[in-house]
Write a new protein. Structure first.
Length: 180
């Protein structure tokens, strides 16, 4: 039936609707897999993925990138934290907090576990906070921080009909669209 078209995605991105559309239209075999945000570019470079849903910014050298949507930044706090009394907070409101930063040693899931233990707060894209949500933490929109962008990326030197077809699916083109 052919080589599977491989789509990677970073945590927080939910490609389900696009995968369902691809399958409903019987557009060929498709492999979809999760990658850590730090590997979002390397899976394209080593060709383990044909396309990747990435969190921007990403080094665009040698890549085509289509921005898809933006998501709000939120602060994850323990449920009893005063920030939970508000719909939004500002970065100034968080100035006195111990702010955790994600790194090779601290994943989003681990950071949220640390927040639940009451030893700090962490700012994340809303979808990532939802992905790792626990009953002992809450998240509040940080109104003055920029939104993060999610995009679809693929190597600029790779192209076949499957790339254009998947782009069409993501952009909402119908099966009868003249663009494929």
């Amino acid at each position: 039936m052919g080589t599977p078209f491989r789509i990677a995605f970073v945590p927080g991105v939910t490609p389900g609707k696009w995968v369902r559309t691809w399958k409903e239209r019987r557009l060929g075999p498709l492999e979809v897999f999760l990658v850590d945000e730090r590997a979002q570019r390397s899976v394209l470079e080593d060709e383990s993925a044909d396309m990747c849903f990435v969190r921007l910014p990403v080094d665009r050298d040698g890549l085509h990138v289509i921005p898809l949507y933006a998501e709000k930044a939120v602060v994850v706090v323990p449920t009893e934290h005063p920030a939970t009394l508000f719909e939004t907070v500002t970065s100034t409101d968080l100035a006195d907090e111990v702010q955790l930063s994600l790194s090779d040693e601290l994943s989003a899931k681990q950071a949220i576990e640390t927040v639940a233990a009451g030893t700090g707060v962490v700012v994340l894209p809303m979808s990532v906070a939802r992905l790792h949500h626990r009953r002992d933490v809450a998240f509040v929109v940080v109104a003055d921080l920029p939104e993060t962008q999610v995009g679809l990326a693929w190597p600029s030197d790779r192209d076949d009909d499957r790339f254009e077809t998947f782009i069409g699916v993501v952009r909402g083109r119908t099966a009868r669209s003249s663009r494929g």
